[in-house]
Design a binder for this molecule. Structure first.
Ligand code: HEM
Length: 405
């Protein structure tokens, strides 16, 4: 329990190791009492923490709260976030027209229709991954065998990465996400992938094709102020914003099912598009992977959940807490794929809401339905308390998920 009469709690708040699928238990008492409290970040700053569903939505919709890390008082939750002040920022970290112009061009590539059209390709990627699992040895690491290839190959397909180069995306992401490689290897892999996307943009400038990068380049060329450098940074952001959350959401959704055999039985008995879609929303709600508060800096004084926030103060908006708010989701700590979870905030809300939401929903739905249809007796190898959960990536993640069948 956080007590504001004493020093603020350190951020991130502690999770309960006995319930690794649940957010820090203090969120519940905060939602029921203060709603907003100050926390202390690694750099000694004391941003506001927003925990209730209604306050989280209101904060994310409020244009007085900026995503630009150069905003005075912006809450840097880790040193890499602080470093962002010094570089030419990608569109996702700026506000106003600079953000809107690029976002409008991009959303055309990420409509619900385009996500539906991507389904056959995603089904093929999922089936190939499961073929590999079935042909390989047991036990098998589900993250490496299914979650990572589905996430990286789907974005690769979408960006028009030539098939021969796609393994690069998978090995590079694995190095960035894994705690088993050194920090240097992880940073090198990040740099290599950035270099690769720069090369891809140059390739499409020389030889345009019928792919997203070529279309974006044409749209950028026709828009004032959008340069090759901007296109490179946007393609990089799309890849880096996309592969992690998609891969971990596939993994945590599968894990939620394996931990709740009654819910898995429901899905197996009725793998209809309606129930699969509902299971995807419930996974996003119950196992929200964006556990690092969405970072915002106050441009003006404003009141949120009855609390005055002054210009120049930082705000951390907790999606995982909002998704467990009992006022919006009755019995919130229960994984129930029949509930109406469509209001879940796993993709954020407002002007920076996730662009890849519909695409990710298709990835998750195809992965869950196909995996449990093709390997109905899939089961965990290790008990829950031995799984290597981590929050190091600012996403909640599991480096490895051993399964057998
Ligand atoms: C299940 C998978 C995913 C989850 C849970 C997720 C989550 C999120 C969240 C919470 C935000 C809001 C950030 C904020 O308000 O500060 C966001 C933004 C974003 N996401 Fe995703 N994401 C997923 C998949 C993807 C994919 C596949 C792509 C692209 C291929 C993508 C691209 C983006 C971009 C570009 C933004 C920034 C949008 C903007 O600032 O206007 N995401 N995502």
């Amino acid at each position: 329990m956080t007590d504001q009469s004493t020093a603020p709690d350190d951020y991130p708040l502690q999770r309960d190791a006995r319930c690794p699928m649940d957010p820090p238990p203090a969120y519940q008492s905060l939602r029921e009492t203060d709603g907003l409290v100050r926390v202390r970040a690694w750099d000694g700053s004391e941003p506001w923490l927003v925990t209730r569903y209604d306050d989280v939505r209101a904060a994310l919709a409020d244009k007085r709260l900026s995503s630009d890390p150069r905003t005075p008082g912006f809450p840097h939750t880790q040193p890499t976030s602080a470093a962002r002040q010094e570089i030419d920022l990608p569109f996702a970290f700026v506000e106003g027209p600079e953000h809107l112009i690029e976002r409008r061009l991009l959303v055309k590539e990420f409509t619900a229709r385009k996500a539906r059209e991507a389904r056959p390709a995603i089904q093929r990627i999922v089936d190939e991954a499961i073929d590999g699992m079935l042909a390989g040895t047991k036990p098998c690491d589900l993250y490496e065998a299914l979650c990572l290839p589905v996430a990286t190959h789907t974005i690769g397909e979408l960006l028009g990465v030539p098939p021969a180069d796609r393994p690069l995306l998978q090995t590079g992401s694995r190095r960035i996400g894994s705690r088993r490689v050194s920090k240097e290897t992880g940073s090198q892999a990040f740099q290599d992938l950035n270099d690769y996307f720069e090369h891809l943009v140059d390739l499409r400038m020389r030889e345009p094709g019928d792919d997203m990068v070529s279309r974006l380049l044409a749209a950028y060329a026709a828009t004032d102020g959008l340069t090759r450098a901007k296109a490179v940074s946007t393609v990089q952001v799309l890849f880096f914003a996309g592969w992690g959350p998609s891969s971990y959401m596939i993994e945590f959704g599968v894990l939620a099912f394996l931990l709740h055999p009654d819910q898995l039985a429901l899905l197996k008995a009725d793998p209809s598009p309606g129930l699969v879609a509902s299971a995807v929303e419930e996974s996003l709600r119950y196992a929200t992977v964006s556990v690092n508060g969405r970072q915002r800096g106050a441009l003006e004084d404003l009141t949120l959940g009855g609390q005055l926030i002054r210009a120049g103060e930082g705000v951390l908006v907790q999606l995982d807490s909002a998704n467990r708010d009992a006022d919006t989701f009755p019995d919130p700590d229960t994984f129930d794929i029949t509930r109406q979870a469509g209001r879940q905030l796993g993709f954020g809300y407002g002007p920076h809401r996730c662009i890849g939401a519909d695409l990710s929903r298709v990835e998750m739905g195809v992965a869950y339905e196909t995996l449990f249809r093709r390997i109905p007796d899939l089961r965990l190898v290790q008990p829950l308390d031995q799984l290597p959960f981590s929050t190091e990536l600012t996403l909640y993640s599991l480096d490895e998920l051993l399964v057998t069948w």
